[in-house]
Design a protein around this ligand. Structure first.
Ligand code: UDP
Ligand code: MG
Length: 324
């Protein structure tokens, strides 16, 4: 008799991978039950994030034939982080611990046992950390590394090379439910919850089928969300920068006055034009950063719901009774 483990899997247009993912996870749950790492109430919860393909049909079909499969259908596409949050908050009601993983089998299924073992040793949060990122392109690797470095520089506590493959205990999930922010960046929030945590190292695989739902544009906006939701340092940097420029301009002014009184002709057209462009650009940049934060405040103040559940398929059949 192990704990009630829930696998939480956000799915957006994943019709190609779902049957295989569910097959692999069914095997895993069977073996975990046999090994005392999960009990018969353990399930996998597939969250359909408003897919446009047959994802929900597949989930409901699997729910009928496989006693492990439960499903939640969101009313519309809310993005990976919100779909994941919905899954975790739903699982919180039934589980002892929930493990979030991607639908595309990039997160190593064989590492799942280790998460639960760490949980049984007393950890409330277990982070999956990628050993190497060989399966990612050079571009994704470099930009990801840059992102972690910036986060560190800004004093944000996030786990290096950890995506959203992680185990959370019931009370950690309870802790998570107390964070009401609309601009969701789970990797930043989870370390803030506290409690004992540990790491599981795993090799990241290639996507099993289909294509990435994180194009460059989404990736950049996700990274910016992470930075601006967890640090106001950029705002401070801007004011420091403003002070520096003002001090420099006093020297510039002095220099201009001295040259004027010394009778040196001011042939400074180039300098003027350059500084106007430079400062204009910097001002726009700074305004953009400030605007970004104001936009965030705007969406937080409105506090719109982060997701809406359209359908919830439970499964109370005991997997042991299957086929009897
Ligand atoms: N996903 C989602 N909603 C979205 C985009 C993605 O639920 O709007 C899910 C997707 O189905 C997958 C996970 O989030 O299970 C990670 O997406 P993906 O594998 O495409 O990202 P990558 O691994 O390429 O960063
Ligand atoms: Mg993926």
């Amino acid at each position: 008799m192990g704990p009630t483990v829930y696998f939480v899997i956000p799915c957006y247009n994943e019709e190609e991978v779902l049957p295989e993912t569910v097959r692999r996870l069914t095997e895993k749950l069977d073996s975990m039950r046999a090994g005392g790492l999960a009990n018969e109430k353990s399930r996998m919860l597939l969250v359909d994030d408003g897919s446009r393909d047959r994802t929900w049909e597949i989930i409901s079909g699997l729910n009928r034939e496989n006693p492990y499969v439960e499903g939640v259908k969101l009313a519309h596409n809310r993005g990976h982080q919100n779909a994941l949050l919905c899954g975790l908050m739903t699982a919180k009601e039934y589980c002892d611990c929930a493990i979030s993983l991607d639908a595309d089998l990039q997160d190593d299924v064989d590492a799942l046992d280790k998460f639960v073992e760490k949980h049984l040793e007393g950890c409330d949060v277990v982070y999956g950390v990628r050993n190497k990122r060989e399966t990612d392109t050079w571009f994704k690797r470099t930009t990801a590394e840059g992102f972690y470095k910036v986060m560190k520089l800004l004093g944000v506590d996030i786990v290096f090379n950890h995506a959203d493959y992680r185990l959370m205990s019931k009370r950690a999930l309870q802790g998570l439910s107390e964070y009401k922010e609309v601009n969701l960046f789970l990797r930043g929030i989870v370390p803030l919850i506290g409690y004992r945590s540990d790491y599981v190292y795993y090799d990241r695989h290639e996507r099993f089928a289909g294509e990435s739902k994180y194009p460059l544009k989404k990736m950049i906006s996700f990274a910016l969300d992470g930075i601006t939701s967890f640090s106001v340092k950029p705002l401070k940097l801007i004011s420091n920068f403003g002070i520096l420029i003002s001090i420099l301009s006093i020297f510039g002014l002095l220099y201009a006055l001295i040259s004027y009184f010394a009778g040196l002709a001011v042939s400074g057209w180039t300098a003027i034009v350059c500084s106007i462009w430079l400062l204009g650009g910097l001002q726009m940049l700074c305004l953009g950063v400030v605007g970004g934060y104001i936009g965030k405040i705007y969406s937080e103040v409105k506090a719109r719901p982060r997701y809406r559940v359209e359908e919830h398929l439970r499964n109370t059949e005991n997997p042991l009774d299957k086929g009897k």
